[in-house]
Write a protein that binds this ligand. Structure first.
Ligand code: PMP
Length: 459
C-alpha cells in the first residue's frame, strides 16, 4: 500500500479539470471526474460521427471499427475470453436488470434467489420485484433470501449465506465491494457456496449461478472475471474516470448463447432473418445489442481505460494511446495495482484521521482490512446531511444518505450516513483536508448552521 509519488500525482492532476485546491473531490464512490483528454477525444470522434452497423460510408465503417474495438479493450481490461461475453448497458443497474429479464422465464415455482443485506439497491430491488411482484403474476412463487453481515466488522456472514443456499437456489447475487461498508467479500468462497447449492441448471451446470455487482470493485481493483469465476459481472464506467451512462455486463459465453436477450429490435437479429413466423438472432455479442447503442459513451469509456494505463505510466511504450493496438494484460494489471495501492493508502489515512474525532463512528470493515476506497461514518447527535453541507462549505465534496445501501443502513439502525471516497487523483493532502474539515464540522456545528440548510433538490 503506497501513495503515488507527489510529482507523478501532480502530473496526473493536471490532466483533470480541478488542478487547484478549490474542489476537494471526495465523492468518488458516486462518480469520478473525467480526464480532460476525454473531451478532446469526443471532438476527434466527431470527425467521423456516424451510427454503427448502419451505413457503408467510410465514416460509418470507421465508427463501427472504433466501437467494436472498444469491446476488445473492455474484454482485455477484465480478462474476459473475448468480446462475445460482453454487452453494454446504461450502467450496473441496467446490466443487473438485463440478467433478471433474461433469466425470468427459467425460474420455477419454489426456486429461490439469494442476495445479501449489504447490496446496493440495484442488486436487491430487481430480485425483490421479481419475487414479490413479477413472478407471482405468472403463478410462480420464488423466494428472495438475504444473507446477513456482521454488524461490528461489516464482513459478509458466509456461514449464514451457506445456510440459505440449497438445491432450489437458482442464483446467488453478491456485491464485489460494498459502497457503504467497504467490504470486499471473498468471492472465491461465495462461488464455492453457490456451487454447493445443487440446482440443476438447464445447460447441465449443477449449482447456483453467481452474479457479482462489481460497480465499486471495478473502481479500485483489477477485475479478472475468469479468476472470479462468476457467471455474470456488472459494472459502470463512471466509477473509474469514464463518462456517465455506460456499463457492462459480462456473462459467461455459454449462457450468452443459450439465454434470451433482454431487449428486442434492430441490430440484434441476423441480417435478413425476420419473417412473420420466426426471427433469428445475431451473433454474439450483438444479439444483446438492440437499437442504436451509446456509441460515444462506449468508445470514450474504452479509451478512458487505455488512458488510465498511460496516466499512471504503467506501460513504457506510452505512445500507443489512441492507437488501435490491443491492451496488454500486464499493462492493465500494472495500472490497476498502482490505483489499488494509491487509493488504499488514502483510505487508510482517512480512517486513521477520522477515527480520532470524538463522537464520530466509522461503519463497516475495520482499519487494516482490504476495502473499497471509501469511509462511511455518523456523528453522535448530528445529521449526516448537516455534516455533508458543512463539508461542502469548506470545499469538500462528500455524500450523505443511504447511498442506495438502504438495507444495510436499516441493519445498523441508521437512517443515513456521511461518506467520503477517494480516487486516483486524490492526494494525501486532500485526505488531511477532508479530515480537518470533518473535525471542524463536528466540533463547531454552529459555525455551519446557516449553510447546512439543504436546497430542496439535494433531498
Ligand atoms: N452497485 C454499487 C455497489 C454501486 O456503488 C452503484 C453506484 N452507486 C451501483 C450498483 C449502480 O450503478 P449505476 O448507478 O451506474 O447503475
Amino acid at each position: 500500500m503506497r501513495a503515488l509519488a507527489p510529482r507523478d500525482l501532480e502530473l496526473i492532476r493536471t490532466q483533470f479539470a480541478f488542478p487547484d485546491r478549490e474542489r476537494i473531490v471526495a465523492n468518488n464512490a458516486a462518480s469520478t471526474q473525467p480526464p480532460l483528454a476525454l473531451f478532446e477525444l469526443l471532438r476527434d470522434v466527431s470527425e467521423t460521427y456516424e451510427n454503427v452497423h448502419r451505413g457503408q460510408s467510410d465514416a460509418s465503417i470507421r465508427t463501427t471499427e472504433m466501437f467494436e474495438a472498444s469491446f476488445d479493450t473492455v474484454a482485455a481490461w477484465i480478462n474476459a475470453p473475448s468480446r462475445r461475453s460482453l454487452s453494454m448497458h446504461r450502467g450496473t443497474t441496467e446490466a443487473i436488470n438485463a440478467v433478471m429479464y433474461s433469466l425470468m422465464a427459467d425460474f420455477r415455482d419454489g426456486d429461490n434467489v439469494v442476495t445479501t443485506l449489504m447490496e446496493h439497491n440495484s442488486n436487491y430491488v430487481p430480485w425483490h420485484a421479481l419475487c414479490r411482484e413479477i413472478l407471482p403474476r405468472f403463478g410462480r412463487h420464488v423466494e428472495c433470501r438475504l444473507a446477513r453481515f456482521d454488524r461490528e466488522t461489516g464482513e459478509l456472514d458466509l456461514a449464514h449465506l451457506a445456510s440459505l443456499v440449497d438445491d432450489r437456489t437458482k442464483l446467488v447475487c453478491c456485491t464485489g465491494g460494498s459502497n457503504f461498508l467497504g467490504t470486499k467479500p471473498p468471492l472465491d468462497r461465495v462461488r464455492e457456496i453457490a456451487d454447493a447449492g445443487g440446482y440443476d441448471q438447464p445447460d447441465g451446470h449443477r449449482g447456483a449461478l453467481l452474479l457479482v455487482d462489481a460497480a465499486q470493485r471495478f473502481a479500485s481493483t483489477r477485475l479478472d472475471v475468469q479468476a472470479m469465476d462468476a457467471d455474470f459481472v456488472a459494472f459502470s464506467f463512471h466509477k473509474l474516470l469514464a463518462p456517465f451512462g455506460v456499463g457492462v455486463l459480462y456473462m459467461r459465453e455459454s449462457l450468452r448463447s443459450s439465454l434470451p436477450p433482454f431487449l428486442y429490435g434492430g441490430d440484434m437479429i441476423a441480417e435478413g432473418q425476420v419473417y412473420p413466423d420466426r426471427v433469428s438472432y445475431n451473433d454474439l455479442p450483438w444479439k444483446f445489442s438492440a437499437g442504436t447503442p451509446n456509441i460515444l459513451g462506449v468508445i470514450a469509456s474504452a479509451q478512458t481505460l487505455r488512458l488510465i494505463v498511460d496516466l499512471v505510466g504503467a506501460d513504457a511504450e506510452r505512445a500507443w494511446f489512441r492507437s488501435d493496438d490491443p491492451l496488454r494484460p500486464e499493462s492493465v494489471e500494472a495500472a490497476m495495482s498502482i490505483v489499488t495501492d494509491h487509493t488504499s493508502f488514502l483510505t487508510q489515512r482517512a480512517m486513521d484521521g477520522l477515527s480520532s474525532i470524538p463522537g464520530l463512528e466509522i461503519h463497516g470493515v475495520p482499519r487494516g482490512q482490504e476495502r473499497t476506497p471509501l469511509v462511511a461514518f455518523t456523528v453522535h447527535g448530528q445529521s449526516p446531511f448537516d455534516v455533508a453541507r458543512a463539508l461542502n462549505a469548506q470545499g469538500v465534496e462528500s455524500r450523505a444518505g443511504c447511498h442506495c445501501a438502504t438495507l444495510a443502513h436499516h441493519e445498523l439502525g441508521l437512517e443515513a450516513s456521511c461518506r467520503v471516497s477517494f480516487a486516483l487523483y486524490n492526494t494525501p493532502e486532500d485526505v488531511d483536508l477532508v479530515v480537518s474539515a470533518v473535525r471542524r464540522a463536528v466540533e463547531t456545528p454552529d459555525a455551519f448552521r446557516r449553510v447546512a440548510a439543504l436546497p430542496e433538490a439535494a433531498l
